[in-house]
Each structure stands twice: as structure tokens, then as C-alpha cells.
Design a protein around this ligand. Sequence first.
Ligand code: SF4
Length: 214
Amino acid sequence: MNFTNVEQALKNNNMEVYTVASATDALDTLKTLLPTGASVSVGGSVTLAQCGVLELLKNGDYNYLDRYEAGLDADGIRNVMLRALTADVYISGANAVTENGEIFNVDGNANRVAPILFGPKSVILLVGKNKIVKDIEAAHIRIKTIAAPKNAKRLGCDTYCAKTGHCVAMEKEKPCIADGCNSDTRICADYVICARQRQKNRIKVILVDEELGF
Ligand code: SF4
């Protein structure tokens, strides 16, 4: 894939960009962006697991705020997610990145989009080439036909998309961007687009020339 356009578009939107060939290279680049002793937390992401990020944080010289720590109950996990809002660094994947340099994420719980938007001094997003789309409309379709159904299935959510592979809203002639199911386990509650940022280079995007995550 030629990353030149999306790379420049993200830079134009005041985001720092690193383009790498593989998940291994992504991890090496990530290491250079993590100061020793930094408090670091993560959003739920298959991409991070595939790149070895969770192992790095567990075994590295960081103050890892680990939402996956054994023995945490619901209150404990919520506490880690609250502390993530003031971490030095927040690391996540993304649902889609457009060729216009926008990042589109949809959350069920908002614990991932909240620190991406505000709080941590540095936000690092690892993005496989399969996440790159033409524009917001294509990002919406990607989320409703790939990302959400696969994640809903992975997380065991009782949603229409987990059973059929696409959002119920896609069956309408002109679905509104926030349309969807009425499930209590719906994973599409908060739709967030990061466009041009005021704070230059707070968001860093590592573009990986491999398919990663959903
Ligand atoms: S709104 Fe519901 S059915 Fe639609 S993609 Fe989200 S979780 Fe799936």
C-alpha cells in the first residue's frame, strides 16, 4: 500500500506519523515513544495484542496501568480506566483512518475514546493497512460491516451484527451514521472523529503495512 497520502493528511491534521513495514517494526517504534517510568494504559485492541504491546508493557520499565490484571473485579477495572485518563501515555488501535487524515472510533463504553480525546499527554495509535479507508462514509461502512460485527462476536455480545456479520442499520436504504440495534450489549454507543488537532503531535499514528485487528 502507498501510505503517502494518508501520512501527509494526518500530518496536516497535526498528528505525528510513523510508517513501518511490520508489527515487529511497530513495536520497535512504539518503544522509542515510551519514556522509562511513564504511566501507560491501553484501550481494548486486537492490534495491540498482535503487535506484542501488552507483553512489552508488562515486562518493560513502565508504570503499566493494566486493565487485564488477574483478579480485578468490575470496580477494579473501572478504577484502572479512570486512572488511564491521566496517564502519561495512552495506546490504542483505531477502527478506521481516512485518506483525509481523520481517525474514526466507535465505543460501547467510551473508556477508549475518552483518553484519546483528552487527558494523557501522549496518545499512540497503531493502525494496520486494513483500517485505511477513503472517507468518513467508508469508515462508517467499515465499522458497521467489519469492525463492530467481529468485535461483538469476539466479546460475546448479544447483538444483531454478531449473528449476521453486519449492523441492522445497514439494511435501511440510507442509514444514519449512529443508527443501530437496541441491544443492551450494543458496542456502538459513542461515535468519535478526530480531525485536525489543536495540540500538535499529541496524537501519534503508527501506520503498519500489514493487516492488523478488525
Ligand atoms: S449498532 Fe448493534 S447491530 Fe449495529 S454494529 Fe453496533 S452492536 Fe452491531
